[in-house]
Design a binder for this molecule. Sequence first.
Ligand SMILES: Nc1ncnc2c1ncn2[C@@H]1O[C@H](COP(=O)(O)OP(=O)(O)O)[C@@H](O)[C@H]1O
Ligand SMILES: [Mg+2]
Length: 320
Amino acid sequence: MNENVPTNLAIDAKDLTKRYSEDVLAVDGVNLSIPANIIYALLGPNGAGKTTTISMLTTLIKPSGGSAKVTGLDVVKQADEVRHKIGVTFQEIVLDPDLTGRESLDFHGRLYNLSKSQRQAKIDELLNLVELEEAADRRTNTYSGGMKRRLELARGLMTEPEVLFLDEPTQGLDPQNRTNIWEYIRNLKEKQGMTLLLTTHYMDEAEALADRVAILDYGRIVVEGTPQELVNQMGAEVFLISGEGNQDEFINRVQALSFVKEAISSNGMIQISVGSGASRLIEIIKTAQETSFNVEDVSVSKPSLGDVFLKHTGRQLRDK
Ligand SMILES: Nc1ncnc2c1ncn2[C@@H]1O[C@H](COP(=O)(O)OP(=O)(O)O)[C@@H](O)[C@H]1O
Ligand SMILES: [Mg+2]
């Protein structure tokens, strides 16, 4: 493809790389082609390189290699222009505890040279959006975790961004607050036409929100697609089996069963994906009985992005 042909991609990263030191290659050649007006999730465990990727895309740190464009603008050569097109909220909340919610938003608007009337209008609109009107004139150190997150979200929206970056937007929130934030995020896409790139280590968050997801591990994208596509690769059901005995023999025998899509071992557990809808557990147990493997515990589930992660990395993506 000709590099000079303009694209409509909201985010276009090629071979994006960040090396912090000789030992730490945090982002290792990430490619992203994210069209406008979708919710895109970078899903991965702690240390996968999610925050570092977002930091490069939002011009906060410079890549060590590769390139990236946001709304067609180069994040290194046109960093100032990029900053005016985007909003960003970070994982670590950086609210000034001595300011009220309203003052925090106002301060942010001043940083971006919004006029007083622009700020006032925007602040009222956003406080309404994230339902913080009543708490607006209280200092943020009286806010709950969920309120702080909502204020952070409002702050990221002060500048009417085309692309909003959200680093772990629901980290540490209770389920009620999480689903609220999800609702705001969906609204930003649907009602305001925004493009959203969020990072998360919660697989259910990626499944619930994202139009497309990239699973990141050790700084690399291991697999990318719509959540449905990724989950469909796993078959109809996934069994997680623990037990004692010769795992390899059991896995080999199970793999030979026609309805088994995949059987792998990880952290002492055996993950078996089966293709057909009907549960095939009895046949799997029977197969174990023919070997020297004793099944002790079985869980059956519909495949999730966690199973996709396990399949591609051989490790569990802990939902914590
Ligand atoms: N400023 C930094 N200096 C050195 N190493 C860093 C720095 N920030 C992050 N890292 C390392 O880079 C890797 C990726 O980190 P990060 O991007 O924060 O991952 P994630 O957000 O997915 O948890 C980790 O090994 C982390 O320890
Ligand atoms: Mg992070």
